[in-house]
Design a protein around this ligand. Structure first.
Ligand SMILES: NC(=O)c1ccc[n+]([C@@H]2O[C@H](COP(=O)([O-])OP(=O)(O)OC[C@H]3O[C@@H](n4cnc5c(N)ncnc54)[C@H](O)[C@@H]3O)[C@@H](O)[C@H]2O)c1
Length: 439
């Protein structure tokens, strides 16, 4: 099948590449000339495990091309995916201007039947307005399909190739059939393709992300309460996870959620509820808890060192909003590093993939290290923000030697208390007892 994917970001690039991998002819379109140019030269603008190799293969075999020419791509394609960004506006509503612009452009250039698919996360009702936008510039027939994406950054290829489920929202039998043909190769192992109306498909994506964000905020509150009452949240987590009604996923306490999806999608659901005359107090609380949680590590640092951190030096490991990505959108590390700097501290940062991104945020206000140990020289404490695997078994004696004081604030509970005690560290985890070094 010939398709185009408009918006070559995390979602569009992964989706386009995976559709090419299953034998389709795919044009990935973006209006950022530099991004398309670099992709044409084989330089992948984002870090996503396995993606570069897959792009290289599909480009070499002629199934995947990159273009800034939307009109040309639409003319060649039966199915047009819209995967542009839908960021939060000032009022929390999703900014859909790029979706409308692309919809009108597709209408203007299509020369026969097209399936116009929203892959971007869009509020309930978007399909109706998109239909109007496309119809305002064409007389050719078309259908609008709502096909939300559930991939996780860091495991996006796997998620796309073997999705838990595919959601296809449309009232059109013709479009439904085309979408099933397209997705059949990805659900050979029997995971379902769920057909539904457009509104339910749009709602499904927001409900999924809002529920996951709720789980995170819930566990962070349980962690904060555990600290106060002397319970160990890691034991509590296991204790509830074995209950099959609850399950083990998304129960890890930490420094709050970030990324390009949860913060904006929670805001968008609240906004949609308000538009419908409904308050959504649960999600307001989820947001409020998350904002407080992002400041939690800095609060612990200030409680330990006092409110003036001038003359103090801190090492920060992990800047991406989660491991295996370079994405720092709404990352808790931004709140943490800015909080330390605001209190007068000197900060040295390390992340295995996100240092380029970090430079855009922090400029020359921090120092950057490609090697995690280099941040520790004369540090008064280490803060761990992202649970990259390479941080799980570090060389503690070496760390202790480098640091001015052996103090760790661990936002991800990577280490065990007895190890920290044996190694002589003062250790502040989340939702567990503090270990105080005897030194
Ligand atoms: N990132 C994720 O893990 C994820 C997962 C599921 C769903 N989503 C949703 O998918 C959508 C895209 O997210 P993303 O993370 O890929 O965003 P992104 O910012 O990485 O990519 C969006 C791309 O769209 C391009 N673009 C914007 N306007 C355009 C236009 N008019 N014409 C052509 N290109 C245009 C941008 O240049 C950019 O490259 C969002 O709605 C997001 O909520 C994201």
């Amino acid at each position: 099948m010939k398709l185009c994917v408009v918006g070559t970001g995390y979602v569009g690039l992964v989706a386009g590449t995976c559709f090419a991998e299953s034998g389709n002819d795919v044009t990935c379109v973006d209006n950022q000339v530099a991004k398309i140019e670099s992709l044409r030269q084989g330089v992948v603008p984002i870090y996503e495990p396995g993606l570069e190799e897959l792009i290289r293969r599909n480009v070499a075999e002629g199934r995947l091309t990159f273009s800034t020419d939307l009109a040309d791509a639409v003319k060649k394609s039966v199915v047009c995916f819209i995967a542009v960004g839908t960021p939060s506006g000032d009022d929390g509503a999703a900014d859909l201007s790029a979706v409308w612009a692309v919809g009108r452009e597709i209408g203007r250039t299509m020369d026969g039947y097209r399936v116009v698919v929203t892959k971007s996360t869009v509020p309930v009702g978007t399909h109706r307005r998109l239909r109007d936008e496309v119809a305002s510039t064409t007389t050719h027939p078309f259908d609008v399909v709502s096909n939300p994406e559930f991939m996780k950054e860091g495991a996006a290829i796997d998620d796309f190739m073997k999705p838990d489920r595919v959601v296809i929202g449309t009232e059109s039998a013709r479009a439904r059939q085309i979408m099933h043909e397209l997705y059949d190769p990805f659900v050979r192992t029997g995971n379902p393709v769920l057909d539904m109306d457009n509104a339910s498909a749009e709602m499904t994506k927001y409900a999924a992300n809002a529920l996951l964000a709720t789980k995170i905020s819930f566990m962070n509150e349980i962690a904060n309460l555990s600290e106060r009452v002397g319970a160990d949240v890691e034991l509590v987590r296991r204790g509830i996870g074995y209950d099959r009604r609850i399950g083990h996923h998304f129960l890890f306490p930490g420094v709050g959620y970030g990324g390009s999806c949860f913060p904006k999608d929670v805001k968008a659901v609240i906004h949609t509820a308000h538009e419908q005359g409904m308050a959504f107090p649960l999600l307001n609380a989820v947001e409020e808890v998350n904002e407080a949680q992002k400041r939690r590590l800095v609060t612990k640092v200030l409680d330990h060192f006092g409110s003036d951190l001038s003359g103090k030096r801190f090492a920060v490991w992990g800047l991406a909003f989660k491991p295996k990505t370079d994405d720092m959108r709404e990352a808790p590390s931004l709140t943490v590093v800015n909080g330390l700097l605001a209190a007068g501290a000197t900060v040295a940062v390390h992340d295995p993939e996100a240092l380029n991104e970090a430079r855009r945020h922090f400029g020359d206000r921090v120092t950057y290290s490609r090697v995690n140990y280099d941040t520790l020289q004369d540090a008064d404490a280490l803060l761990i923000i992202t649970e990259w695997n390479e941080f799980r078994r570090p060389d503690f004696p070496r760390m202790k030697q480098l640091m001015r004081r052996p103090v760790i604030f661990d936002g991800r509970n990577l280490y065990e208390a007895d190890v920290m005690r044996a190694q002589g560290f003062t250790y502040f985890p989340i939702g567990r007892a503090v270990v105080r070094s005897q030194a």
